[in-house]
Structure formats: structure tokens, C-alpha cells
Design a protein around this ligand. Structure first.
Ligand SMILES: [Zn+2]
Length: 231
């Protein structure tokens, strides 16, 4: 019995010398993987020629995401519009940071550490996301054509959700989301009759699926009445 025990002890002792180094090696911390966007998220960088002339900011200041639609037929025409120079002093134009095509393709026109011109009075602390959608195109301010005509396809909204989730992870200071139409309530004379006023901005409009988006993100939807302009 004693002989058996000591033999078992020796076996355990030898096994420990074989197994322990292996175990210790297996318990070494794995090298930290580099942070990468979720697998379904691919952001194609296509920065505007003037992006380096846009004002720099600290990304800690970014508080809000603003949802737009392009009110143009396709991504190519949105790009053309984004490249146009509107501000002679800075030699820059109007654009969002990100553009999402109907098929879910995401393009980035402006780095998030630069201020893009996409919404009056709220640019400095926001990120603009533009969805390709006809909106009121081509009679944006015609008194009889104020309905948004196109719905948002599922792949486009899925890409938007993935992009917002990615930005939420990247930017802990983000807390709000709003539609452009909720931040710019100004009216202007209709293009066909000056005695009637129409909204300057209606995007993303009545077809935008807030009910689909909101349960999948952490941002709070902005109360436009409580939001003073920042600039
Ligand atoms: Zn807009």
C-alpha cells in the first residue's frame, strides 16, 4: 500500500513538472488585439479635398449625431455637392462627415476631429451622417412638393446602426441624436410663390425609421425645444 502511494506520488510529481510549465505558458496573457470596427462595418475613406482646411477640434467635445438625407438622386451627386466651395474665406464647403448609400456602403468625407458644415449653429460639437435619399428632389422648396418621397431601405439603416454603435464606442462624450429638421426650424418663401413659407430643412423626414433605430443605440433623442444653439 505504502509502495503504491509513493509510486503514485512520484508519478504526480513528475507529471507536475511536465504539465506546470505548459499550464503557465498557456496562461500567458494574449497580445491585445488592435481595436477594429465590428465585422459588418466597413468605412471607406474618401476625404474631401478641402478637409484639412476645416477647423480642428478635440473629439472629447463631440456630443451629438445629426441625421440628414442628401435630397439628391445618388452618392455621386452628393459628392459633387460636398466638394463645392461655399465659404470663400476658408475655401471649404458643406458636407456631412459620413455618407451612407442605399445599399449600406459607408463613405467618410470628413475626419471626426474636423468640424464639418452640415447644420446651422450646431456644427462644432456634432457629427453629420448623410443618408442617400431623394427627399424633396428636385423641387426642394416648391409649395406643392413638400412630401419626402422615398423610404429608407433596410441595408442603409442597418449600416447606420452599425456606424452609430461604432461611434458610441469610440466617443464616450456622445450623448444625443437629432434629425436636421429638428435643429433647423427656419422657414423660407416657396420657390413657386413668395407669399407661402416652406421649411428650409425637412431631412431626414417622415420616412426615417426612428422606431427601428433607437432601441439599438444608446444615444438619447434630442428635445429640440430644450436645445440652445452652441455658436
Ligand atoms: Zn440636412
Amino acid at each position: 500500500m505504502q509502495h503504491t502511494m509513493s509510486s503514485l506520488g512520484r508519478t504526480l510529481y513528475i507529471s507536475a513538472w511536465i504539465v506546470l510549465p505548459w499550464l503557465l505558458n498557456a496562461c500567458q496573457p494574449m497580445p491585445m488585439p488592435l481595436p477594429i470596427p465590428p465585422q459588418s462595418l466597413a468605412i471607406h475613406s474618401d476625404l474631401l479635398p478641402y478637409h484639412q482646411r476645416l477647423q480642428l477640434r478635440s473629439t472629447d467635445e463631440i456630443r451629438m449625431i445629426v441625421i440628414h438625407c442628401t435630397e439628391l438622386p445618388d452618392l455621386a451627386s452628393a459628392r459633387k455637392y460636398g466638394e463645392k466651395i461655399h465659404y470663400a474665406d476658408s475655401h471649404t464647403g458643406n458636407s456631412g462627415h459620413f455618407y451612407i448609400d442605399r445599399d449600406g456602403r459607408i463613405e467618410q468625407y470628413v475626419p471626426i476631429e474636423r468640424v464639418a458644415h452640415h447644420v446651422s449653429d450646431h456644427n462644432a460639437r456634432s457629427i453629420g451622417i448623410e443618408l442617400v435619399n431623394l427627399g424633396r428632389y428636385p423641387d426642394w422648396h416648391h409649395s406643392q412638393k413638400q412630401r419626402m418621397i422615398e423610404s429608407y431601405p433596410e441595408p442603409q439603416i442597418a449600416a447606420l446602426i452599425a456606424l452609430i454603435q461604432h461611434l458610441e464606442q469610440q466617443l464616450p462624450s456622445l450623448e444625443q441624436i437629432a434629425g436636421h429638421e429638428e435643429l433647423d426650424l427656419r422657414l423660407m418663401p416657396a420657390s413657386d410663390r413668395a407669399d407661402q413659407m416652406v421649411p428650409r430643412k425637412r431631412d431626414p423626414g417622415e420616412h426615417f425609421p426612428w422606431d427601428t433605430l433607437m432601441p439599438d443605440i444608446e444615444l438619447k433623442r434630442l428635445d429640440p425645444v430644450a436645445q440652445p444653439p452652441e455658436d
